[in-house]
Design a protein around this ligand. Structure first.
Ligand code: COA
Length: 322
């Protein structure tokens, strides 16, 4: 398969570190030096599905396809206002598509999980065009009195349109079951029969464990996808890493012995937008002409699970109208 369209959208509400320090015991200096984040976008009056729709429509605009040409929609999402139906079902109707949809909850690695599923559908000959959309509002999962988590995240959506081609060179997915490192739990509806204790709380995270697992997992996955494709770190032009912490990105960059020019980042302005971060970054770079025809891209992400995923692909330039 190959990517023929990209799109992204983010909420209008900007929340700076200074704004957080008015109600949390934190400050711009701490957040900037520990994470790289200066501000993030947070959902206010928008609905997540509107952001997702904008990202999908923008991705379609850069192709010659219409919504009816899409054979499958794969939606990467952790939470939204619906428990059921899946967010992909809601988005399919809004877009005017007629194909089946499936939701993937691979946490922050979900976009690459979704790409891998799309790849399998292409290889089995069941689809000609697939739309992958990642739409996330982690801000709705946080305890906004907990300075150790809520400062890290932001909301947004990113999408890609895929068609038949051979640009993707390799994938690697893993899950190491470790829910205690990063999780949120909520109470289900009452029944007269439930008599067990059911926790109900916002995100709980062991930041230092997650940091170490992220670095180890990403390096392992990147080595795997490069080995599979017989590629060295020098032969990768752009490392699009999950935007969780600039220090995580820097540690991986140093291990790969590559310059910052190969490690684009926009965590400064968006924070960690979960699985939306890589497609949002890809869209921004592609529209700014920063990815050239034939460039090789490595993507790598990690998140609650503990899930990690990476892939390697060659870029075919997209002509954007605007
Ligand atoms: N502002 C000010 N101080 C803060 C703070 C904040 N927002 N959050 C935590 N602190 C304090 C802690 O309470 C602690 O204080 P203490 O020493 O008095 O106990 C101190 O800062 C150091 O905390 P620590 O957790 O050791 O900091 P750290 O250097 O590990 O950085 C993270 C914390 C969360 C930024 C870092 O561990 C991280 O990024 N981990 C990965 C998280 C991640 O990427 N999650 C998403 C995965 S998809």
């Amino acid at each position: 398969m190959k990517i023929i369209g990209t799109g992204s959208a983010h909420p209008k509400q900007v929340v700076t570190n200074e704004m957080l320090s008015t109600f949390l015991d934190t400050n711009d200096e701490w957040i900037k030096t520990r994470t790289g984040i200066q501000e993030r976008r947070v959902i206010s009056s928008e609905r997540l599905e509107d952001l997702a729709l904008e990202a999908m429509e923008r991705a379609l605009q850069s192709t010659k396809l219409t919504a009816r040409d899409i054979d499958f929609i794969i939606c990467s999402n952790v939470v939204n206002e619906y428990i059921t139906p899946g967010l992909g079902c809601v988005l399919q109707g809004m877009l005017g598509a007629t194909c089946p949809t499936i939701d993937v909850n691979g946490a922050c690695a979900g976009f690459i999980y979704a790409l891998d599923i799309a790849d399998a559908f292409f290889k089995s000959g069941r689809v000609k065009n697939v739309l992958v959309v990642a739409a996330e509002e982690p801000s709705r999962m946080m305890d906004w009195t907990d300075r150790s988590t809520c400062v890290l995240f932001g909301d947004g959506a990113g999408a890609v349109v895929l068609t038949e081609g051979d640009n993707f060179e390799s994938f690697s997915l893993t899950n190491t079951s470790m829910p205690e490192a990063l999780y949120q739990r909520h109470k289900l509806q009452y029944t007269p029969y439930v008599d067990k204790d059911e926790p109900d709380h916002a995100v709980i995270m062991n930041g230092q464990d997650v940091f170490k697992m992220a670095v180890r997992g990403s390096i392992r996955d990147l080595n795997r996808v490069m080995q599979k494709a017989n590629v060295t770190p020098d032969q990768v032009d752009h490392y699009l890493l999950h935007q969780a912490n600039i220090r995580i990105i820097d540690t991986i960059r140093e291990y790969m012995k590559q310059g910052w020019d190969k490690f684009p980042h926009f965590i400064e302005k968006y924070g960690n937008t979960s699985s939306s971060s890589i497609p949002m970054l890809l869209d921004e770079m592609a529209r700014e002409g920063k990815i050239k025809d034939g460039d090789r891209i490595a993507m790598s992400a990690f998140g609650a699970g503990f899930t990690t995923a990476a892939c390697l692909l060659k870029w075919t330039e997209i002509k954007y109208e605007e």
